[in-house]
Design a protein around this ligand. Sequence first.
Ligand code: SF4
Length: 356
Amino acid sequence: MEHTEAIVQRLRDGRMVSQEEIETLLSVRDPRSLDMLFSAARDVKERNFGNKVFFYGFVYFSTHCRNNCSFCFYRRSNTESLRYRKTDEEILSLSTSLADSGVHLIDLTMGEDPIIHKDDHYRRLLDIVSMVDDAVDTPLMLSPGALPHDVFAPLRDAGADWFACYQETHNRDLFQRLRPEQDYEFRLSQKRWARESGLLAEEGIMVGVGETMADRARSIMVMRDLGVDQIRAMTFVPQPNTPMADRGPSPYLDELITIAVMRLVHPTKLIPASLDVEGIAGLAPRLDAGANVITSIIPPLKGLAGVAQHELDIDDGGRSMENVECVLDELGVQKASRSDYAALLTQWKDRGISEA
Ligand code: SF4
């Protein structure tokens, strides 16, 4: 307990700790040390962001994918996966309705759809971003899979603010098992190329896919080296009809501890509490662990899917803005204003330009 407290105190004082010390924090399981860890993470969050959270709406506009990730329901060889491609009208209608509901950001997500990932300089993708950017006055995140280097600047010019591309692990052997046929370095470079182009970037890991505690600690260090602006940890949810379908789910506590340690090591970054793992029931523990962004808000009855939980809490409105705001009221947490978020993005983009 004393050793753990000393590491936490060093982080609270703004000093760096070693990868081994991060691993020590990730390994904490006794109730007193856990209380201390979560309480420190909440303090650090409130010191940097107050008692406010940001809301991200989610538009999964194509579930087609050319890849075969072992953990993913939408992998190309899953013939039972739900497949759709939203039309321009549908993408616009979903995006404007999310913007009107007051989200701080719209996350335009797709699998590596072969219709879009083809050799035409990503014209279709750029058109979608620019169409949505023209229609809404809300920041845009793009999560399209891995792209060539020369597409990042046009994406920024089309109106994208953020680029998200999750490595899921920074253990190369495990990466090859999780993302067969994909290149580790090419995927890692996505975050660097995004930042160099003036976009904000998000990196993420999955918890419970066969990684060791040392792997989790290393990921937290790599996130720092990449200089990304948002970092996420999400529990692996076994998906039917995939090679990892029979892998037992990981305890959610592992994700909560990872979030808390990420908050201590990365005090000023945005950290999501995803509704895509446990649905609305999982919101409070993730915010208590230090998260400050609510992601995967999905409007009900629009034929949209989630990623890890493709149906959970969607069509009954459990992941709608209204319902999430009610839950926040009960928790005594405030929704940040749109100007809070705009100011944060401006400050970070200016910093990114000066770093570049
Ligand atoms: S994780 Fe992404 S890239 Fe991999 S199969 Fe699923 S949708 Fe495709």
